[in-house]
Design a protein around this ligand. Structure first.
Ligand code: PLP
Length: 407
């Protein structure tokens, strides 16, 4: 078994050897600029076209020209949102959810400060949005609806087709952040009520520094990086050729293996989940367990700090993550779990395990042995837990309030 058990695949994934192999020549022999007219350039251009078709295949786009290469998922999300407000300058309203990735959340907060009205749709305890709230939010002033396909912290999958139908009935552009879903589950934008969709290469065993934005044919879409004619005048700048070729290969492999990989990782994830729930009595799963990415488990350990669990897991060579943003050593509770109304005593102790097809049943068994020891040790030490236990029955809610106040 490897020394490191990597269960943090929603953060990033390992580049597959086949992906690295196709990238390598573009650093050595095939270093031409794809915009050059000579053969050295045109050879490279051809490989970019192939990669565009591979990426279009992964997302089920009808036409490879609907794919624009970007540098990452964050850029794709920014470009989609900014383009829609630029093409409709008279509209000043955006609809999104409270549980988006910071790549959407942060930009919408930024736009809010600049006078845009943002509707932040809530979610229920399972992490699912409310369709009525969405219907009520849409107005003639709405420039765009931007909603993620699958949540990076909980893995909860939104009913994007139904949401898109509601949005499209009003003729409003619909952007979907599919960074976590692409490569893990089948995706077909053709025929779906989706105008724009973001993906990122490093989430499905491609390289970092490369992403793609799907823009439905016929949608008005201005340049978002201005300069040369690359990406059909939409994103200027000499292309990241090794990244594009690598992402294309990773897309091709993910498409081929998607169903088998999903079944395999779901089995592993479920074994992990059952093992932890059984051996850690004060634990619970966060998020809808049916509509969930097959690789993701978000589990809370009562009264614990997720960060402490991670540090001790790391001592066993186990890499996982919390969903929370960490600043200068102090952890903020996850905005996603807060939006889901996760009670205070469970909020700080969330840990995200995210698997890939490169993980094994042996690794799951190892984590199922070690993680309960870590949790028991910390629960034994947890002052908050002791405090709450003492107060249980008398006034347990006071302890919860104190825990909440720390957040
Ligand atoms: N959107 C979601 C849902 C993500 O999970 C991430 C990355 O974690 C991003 C966007 C940003 O992608 P990138 O890291 O490629 O900028």
């Amino acid at each position: 078994m490897a020394e490191t058990i990597y269960f943090d695949n929603n953060a990033t994934t390992r580049v597959l050897p086949e992906v690295l192999d196709v990238m390598r020549p573009f650093f050595t022999d095939l270093y031409g600029n794809p915009s050059s007219v000579h053969r050295f350039g045109s050879q490279v251009r051809q490989r970019i076209d192939e990669a565009r078709a591979q990426v279009a295949g992964l997302i089920g786009a009808a036409d490879p020209l609907e794919v624009i290469f970007t540098s990452c998922g964050t850029e794709g999300n920014n470009a989609a949102i900014r383009a829609m407000i630029e093409t409709q300058p008279e509209k000043r309203h955006i609809v999104t959810t409270q549980v988006e990735h910071p790549a959407v959340l942060g930009l919408c907060q930024h736009l809010e400060k600049r006078g845009y009205r943002i509707t932040w749709l809530g979610v229920d305890r399972d992490g699912m949005p409310d369709f009525d709230e969405l219907r009520k939010a849409l107005t003639n002033d709405t420039a765009l609806v931007s909603i993620m396909y699958a949540n990076n912290e909980t893995g909860v999958i939104f009913p994007i087709e139904s949401i898109g139908q509601i949005v499209k009935e009003k003729g409003i552009p619909f952007h979907v952040d599919a960074v976590q879903l692409a490569g893990k589950l089948p995706l077909k934008v053709k025929g779906m009520p989706i105008d724009l969709l973001t993906i990122s290469g490093h989430k499905f065993h491609g390289p970092k520094g490369i992403g793609a934005l799907y823009v439905r044919r016929g949608l008005a879409f201005p340049a978002f990086v201005i300069g040369g004619h690359q990406e059909r005048n939409r994103r200027a700048g000499t292309e990241n050729v090794p990244g594009i070729v690598g992402m294309g290969k990773a897309a091709e492999i993910a498409l081929k293996n998607c169903a088998a990989n999903a079944n395999y990782v779901r089995r592993l994830r479920d074994q992990l989940e059952q093992g932890l729930l059984q051996s850690c009595p004060d634990s619970r799963v966060n998020g809808n367990r049916q509509n969930r990415l097959p690789n993701t488990l978000n589990i809370s350990f009562k009264y614990l700090e997720g960060e402490s669990v991670l540090v001790l897991l790391d001592q066993h060579g186990i890499c996982a993550s919390t969903g929370s943003a960490c600043t200068a050593g102090s952890s903020e509770p996850s905005h996603v779990l807060r939006a889901m109304g996760v009670p205070a005593e469970w909020l700080q102790g969330a840990v995200r395990f995210s698997l890939s097809e490169l993980n094994t049943a042996e690794e799951v068994r190892f984590v199922n042995q070690k993680a309960p020891l870590v949790v028991q040790r910390l629960q034994g030490l947890s002052a908050l837990g002791k405090l709450a236990n003492r107060e249980q029955g008398a006034d347990a809610s006071k302890a919860s309030d104190r825990i909440a106040a720390r957040g």
